[in-house]
Design a protein around this ligand. Sequence first.
Ligand SMILES: O=c1ccn([C@@H]2O[C@H](COP(=O)(O)O)[C@@H](O)[C@H]2O)c(=O)[nH]1
Length: 603
Amino acid sequence: IQPEAPSPIAAPLRELPWAQLNFLHTTDIHGWWGGHLQEASFSADWGDYVSFAKHLRDKADADGSDLLLIDTGDRVEGNAIYDSSKPRGKFTYEIAKEQSIDLISSGNHELYKANTAEGEFFHTVPDFKGNYLASNLDIYNPVSGKLEPLAPRFKKFTTKNQGIRILAFGFIFDFTGNANNTVVQRVEDTVKEEWFKESLKDKDLDLIIVFGHVDIRSNEYKLLFSNIRSSQRDTPIQFFGGHSHIRDYKIFDSKSVALESGRYMETLGFMSIDGLSTGGTKKHAPVSQKSKIAFSRRYIDNNLYSLRHHSNKDEKTFPTDHGENVSKAIGDARKSLGLGERYGCAPQDYWVSRRPYPHRESIFTWIENQLLPQSIGKSKRIKNGGKALVITNTGAIRFDIFKGAFTKDTKFLISPFTSGIRYVKDVPYKAASQVLKLLNNEGPIMLELMENNAFLQPPEVFAARYRPHIFSSPDRIYSTPFEKHAQAPMAADEEPKPFPGYTTQDDAGEDGDDTVHERIEFYNVPNCIQSTVGFQQNDFYEPDTVDLMYNEFIQQWILLALEYVGHNYTSDDTESFAHGKSFTDIMTDWVEEHWSTKEETCL
Ligand SMILES: O=c1ccn([C@@H]2O[C@H](COP(=O)(O)O)[C@@H](O)[C@H]2O)c(=O)[nH]1
């Protein structure tokens, strides 16, 4: 645990359903190696995970069962420890490789920028040699220039204790936003490849694992399931997914299920299978002689109260030397990056999806009404009487702002990306004013986004397209008051009481979370929001033209929307605002100017 992390809080827990074959699954870590330093529920760090996994491995060795660790990508971008280091990712690879991961793959964030993909090639792939799989991902070798698989396409192996013979594939969804040094092959094309069909002819298998950076309810996994099932009629198939940042579990058929394990080191997904055949040479008799296959899942809140409980350890016996060294390395990296540097004090909480939009506690309402108008309003063009519409995608904002200190750490949690703001000058207002609607409503742009597997909302919100039940209905506003500090320490004789946190509903019911929590509200947000800048309250007439400004990440969609309303602009018609200053820096400058750093407002 990091020295500044909040202490774990006692809570009612559900046990881990330990079985013949067990898994720990992480996904979408996005650089949160240090855990959450403002939330007790998720305050354990990567070093604690190293200790936890060691205890569970020992347990498996002691009772003759097996444990496998899986990570399904998006390890990078989203936390100062990755994004504020120079070069970006300087500490990430060294920290990640301290955990012994049995199956690992790439996410889309490893591929947005050419040098991040090269980081995989030069670091993560060799660090996890033999365990990194890339079933549908190629890279132009940075040394030879030749296109080649980033890592092996598949792998067959036998588990250590039970002798379970496993065939594993590591996929990424049909991502189209990658830099041009990688090639993602669509899943529908990959399943037609000879190597894939050939691998499925193997009759000496006890289990197939499909893991990857893929929403477990996506068409890609549907297709993989039907394809594999048609040649392996009876073999159990275990899927692990990611990308949508949520906890979820899907049942495909009586012998096939899928687990998705959240985001940002909040969740350690636990999965277990009983009743598998064991065709390999096994060192131990099967733990349980169940003839029927049985799957179980648990989503572990990543904090020391949970981790100590599930590993049957206490404060003294839980940390291993290895784990403590990893925690120290994370702490040293954080210190060297100066992440405690304070830019200001947030006067209140601002939420991504715990409040509806618009709302005075919505982070998007703050950006729309204060941050963008006040920052862009200072520009010469606006001061000289110009007007602008400024559009940004909600997915660019990654996390909530908590009342109190806004530090260098906070900056990158909220907005880790490097994109700046660009604009098209003097766009007819009639056209410019239709762009937001086109980006947000069902229609041609939405269809294009879908076809390109691109999205502009936060992934958790986008996940609702397959799971509408995750949204709170508007009339639930504040029916469960959220109090961040409601987790009062217990008296010695008291039973732990539930406090707000994950309350997951999945295909197996409502008992998946290891910690019994009260529900937190979750609201929809649009693809994009828009600020109007330079308009006066008493403006009577519409302007003829405005500057159409936008986060450069969404340029292709802005230009497409303009084309749809009859105005063809190309990227040559666009200019960068403030010499390409990133949105992240624009936000930080605003915070420095408007939110006092005085100690008393930071309590
Ligand atoms: O440079 C970027 C990269 C991505 N986004 C937005 O992030 C989400 C996707 O996040 P995942 O973690 O891959 O699920 C999506 O809304 C992108 O539009 C961005 O704004 N800038």
